[in-house]
Design a protein around this ligand. Structure first.
Ligand SMILES: Nc1nc2c(c(=O)[nH]1)N[C@H]1C(S)=C(S)[C@@H](COP(=O)(O)OP(=O)(O)OC[C@H]3O[C@@H](n4cnc5c(=O)[nH]c(N)nc54)[C@H](O)[C@@H]3O)O[C@H]1N2
Ligand SMILES: Nc1nc2c(c(=O)[nH]1)N[C@H]1C(S)=C(S)[C@@H](COP(=O)(O)OP(=O)(O)OC[C@H]3O[C@@H](n4cnc5c(=O)[nH]c(N)nc54)[C@H](O)[C@@H]3O)O[C@H]1N2
Ligand code: SF4
Ligand SMILES: [Mo]
Length: 688
């Protein structure tokens, strides 16, 4: 038996895994007990890599659509057709007529993340979209505005804090996000033992079960909750700002600008009592080591940016920003901030149809469909997707799906024919990650410890396979040839990784290359103040877009009758792992959860079918009773909706469940960032 080691690319926890094989066949996957960070942790998705590797539906060679059907073609022809097709659209209709959508797995593969952006720069289109605008843009916008760099994101010092206030995250199911901490459930349990872990979530989640206390907030009530918390803190005592010296700017102005909500308003908008909030303020203020953190549930909602900003202000108030036991940015071995990185930017251009501002070189994906549908100069006529499934992942996916049919040309770099890529003219499938070098340039930067791991290929790629980075080089070369632009092939990952790590000089590259299980470089250390990239060199708390949004918050209507929120499951991964037998077996996971009283009021028995309607669409699904929800809140996972006979996913097609994003609304945004407000959506539920 051969035992080999490398990190899992399926979520932010980046667990070290042990791959066992016999006679060249992968036979088992275990957690790598010697990984100093993950120490043997593995979840069901990690095991499902066995299914991914053996999946007969996974493409290994390119496909070309001929008369509506995909046929297999050779790599040279595929890359040539793809590159030339894109160049032709731009030659006839201008650079912006080609759009790009970059999905989540891009950040998990060095062969994507270090290459695809260069290819997009070559395209010079303003129509670049990604999964970031249905995910973490509020975090990036606040980091850019306050600290001067979109990736200078303070991370909870999870293993050393004694008091954690967490909003809108379910790490026991998701394994943590913008909080890389493999085996996070264990770490949270340890925190509950030594201190206090308070969770704010409309649903009593798997994470609530291990928290010291759970506060079932109304969806979207978080910004009011955080304003009230900040005001309650001011009654506990003065802010502890000594840490920051003269490097703090606009803090008093920020506090002075807070809208005042009376107790009645606080209670109606949050569903929590003023006393609950005062208790948390007292506990936070009394704690030596405390941290406030919020994720998906508070970013993909109407006041995502305000929530992220308010949480940072609270961390500042407590003196916990850039302090061990509080929140502090990781200073990784392969830097994501500083010289040669993209700090961010905002509003350098706007989307053509709705005028939504650019952020960090991208437009909000909620604008993509209208850019395809609306005629005129600059209309999107071609699309390139890289490891993305926006039909199931972005607002009003059903309408996007229809609009993709109207494109003149589409190219997808993807391993499956799925809900999105079935519309492509050319599909370019990369070889398995197991055949490539990988260094996690992203999630090491958001980890709760300083760690590093160089991942080696476990086997060679077959002669008819192409690596992700080879595909990008080939595509860019063909496009450059057809459009007369210069392009020089990028070197292979091993060389790029080695160059970047040697240049940064934070770890001996040879020692890293030899450390089969990765290196532990110790706990987080204060570095934020020394790394601020704002023009003033200070923490800039106050911004015009914040002022405008505080007014929007004060004027926003009180809660709606019925609100929809999402959920994740340990055996599901966004929209693309339902072809893995290990994950889809067993209980059903797609149903709409409702409070038993809400079900009874509809006259529906648990398990019966219901119709869910929003402003933009409707779905039918089964409703099940679940008292983990607040009354008035219904809960549906995203990533389902595979019932199409032209997708190539034989198993996923049999998995029942409708798509959440046939309900989500492109007009519902966190206004300052343009991030989609997927959670807290107003819906009605009726009996069928
Ligand atoms: N309603 C609702 N919508 C959501 C969310 C939610 O919570 N609720 N979550 C949002 C979030 S956080 C995210 S990140 C997005 C994700 O949105 P997307 O990134 O658009 O969708 P995924 O489901 O991650 O699809 C990944 C795609 O990559 C392909 N793929 C997998 N591995 C590889 C690979 O190694 N190489 C290549 N080239 N392709 C590969 C898969 O076949 C699939 O097409 O969804 C968002 N949408
Ligand atoms: N197993 C599994 N793991 C995953 C993924 C997956 O699909 N499956 N996806 C990966 C990706 S791409 C990401 S970004 C991360 C996301 O990781 P998390 O941020 O942990 O995301 P969720 O599990 O969706 O948790 C969001 C929580 O917010 C709550 N919520 C909804 N609305 C509100 C609200 O208005 N206020 C508050 N306070 N809470 C609210 C929901 O009830 C839910 O429990 O997970 C990653 N890990
Ligand atoms: S928690 Fe699971 S999916 Fe995430 S890195 Fe670890 S094994 Fe992979
Ligand atoms: Mo995500």
């Amino acid at each position: 038996m051969l035992r080999q080691f490398r990190a899992c690319p399926l979520c932010e926890a980046i667990c070290g895994l042990e791959f066992r094989s016999e006679n060249g066949q992968l036979t088992a996957i275990r957690g790598d007990l010697e990984d100093p960070f993950s120490a043997g942790h593995i979840c069901p998705k990690g095991n499902a890599i066995l299914d991914l590797e053996a999946d007969p539906d996974r493409l290994r060679t390119p496909r070309l659509k001929v008369d509506g059907r995909f046929v297999e073609i050779g790599w040279e022809e595929a890359l040539q057709r793809a590159g030339e097709g894109i160049a032709e659209i731009q030659a006839s209709h201008g650079a912006n007529a080609v759009a790009a959508y970059v999905g989540n797995p891009n950040v998990h593969h060095f062969g994507h993340i270090a290459y695809v952006p260069q290819w997009l720069r070559l395209l010079k289109t303003r129509n670049v979209y990604s999964a970031s605008s249905v995910d973490q843009w509020p975090h990036q916008l606040v980091a850019w505005a306050m600290f001067g760099h979109q990736f200078l994101i303070p991370i909870v010092d999870l293993d050393r804090t004694d008091y954690l206030l967490m909003l809108g995250a379910n790490p026991v199911a998701s394994n943590g996000s913008l909080l890389t901490a493999p085996g996070i459930a264990k770490r949270l349990k340890a925190l509950t033992q030594r201190g206090t872990f308070v969770l704010v979530d409309p649903r009593r989640t798997e994470t609530a079960e291990i928290a010291s206390r759970h506060l079932p907030i109304r969806p979207g009530g978080d910004a009011v909750f955080l304003v009230a918390l900040l005001q309650a803190l001011q009654k506990c005592g003065p802010p502890r700002l000594a840490n920051y010296g003269d490097r703090l700017s606009g803090f008093d102005a920020s506090l002075a600008a807070m809208p005042a909500f009376d107790n009645g308003e606080i209670e109606s908008r949050t569903g929590l009592t003023a006393a609950d909030i005062e208790q948390i303020a007292h506990e936070l203020y009394a704690s030596e080591r405390a941290a406030v953190y919020g994720r998906m549930g508070v970013s993909t909602q109407r006041f995502g940016t305000l929530c992220q900003w308010l949480m940072q202000l609270i961390n500042v108030y407590l003196g916990q920003l850039d302090r061990p036991g509080g929140v502090l940015p990781n200073d990784p071995v392969l830097p994501v901030t500083g010289k040669g990185t993209s700090p961010g930017n905002r509003n350098r251009w706007r989307s053509r149809v709705r005028g939504l501002p650019e952020f960090a070189g991208e437009l909000p994906v909620s604008a993509l469909t209208e850019e395809i549908e609306t005629p005129g100069e600059g209309q999107v006529r071609a699309l390139f997707t890289s490891a993305g499934n926006p039909v199931l992942s972005t607002p009003n996916g059903a309408r996007l799906d229809a609009s993709l049919r109207s494109l003149d040309f589409m190219v997808s770099m993807d391993i499956y024919i799925n809900e999105t890529t079935r519309h492509a003219d050319v599909i370019l499938p990369p070889a398995s990650f197991l055949t490539q070098y990988h260094y996690d340039s992203v999630f090491n930067a958001f980890a709760v410890r300083r760690v590093a791991r160089l991942n080696r290929p476990l086997r060679e790629q077959a002669s008819d396979e192409r690596a992700d980075w080879e595909i990008v080089n080939g595509l860019a070369r063909a496009y450059a040839g057809a459009s007369g632009k210069p392009w020089a092939d990028l070197p292979p990952p091993r060389a790029l990784i080695e160059g970047a790590i040697r240049r940064a000089g934070r770890v001996d590259f040879d020692a890293l290359a030899q450390a089969e299980h990765g290196l532990d470089l110790g706990p987080l250390e204060p570095s934020l103040l020394a790394r601020l990239e704002t023009p003033s060199g200070r923490i800039e708390c106050w911004h015009d877009f914040i002022a405008e949004d505080l007014q929007r918050l004060a004027a926003s209507p009180a809660a709606m009758a019925m609100q929809l929120i999402g959920r994740r499951d340990v055996r599901s991964n966004n929209s693309w792992m339902h072809n893995a037998q290990r994950l889809v077996k067993g209980k059903l996971r797609h149903q709409l959860q409702m409070h038993p009283d809400d079900l009874a009021a509809l006259g529906v028995a648990s398990g019966e079918r219901v119709r869910v309607r929003s402003r933009v669409g409707e779905i039918e699904t089964e409703a099940v009773a679940d008292d983990a929800l607040r009354p008035g809140v219904v809960c549906l996972p995203h990533g389902f909706g595979h019932q199409h006979n032209d997708i190539g996913l034989q198993l996923a097609r049999t998995v029942i469940g409708a798509s959440y994003n046939d309900l989500s609304d492109p007009l519902e945004l966190d206004v300052p960032s343009g991030n989609a407000a997927l959670n807290g959506l107003e819906v009605s539920v009726t009996r069928i």
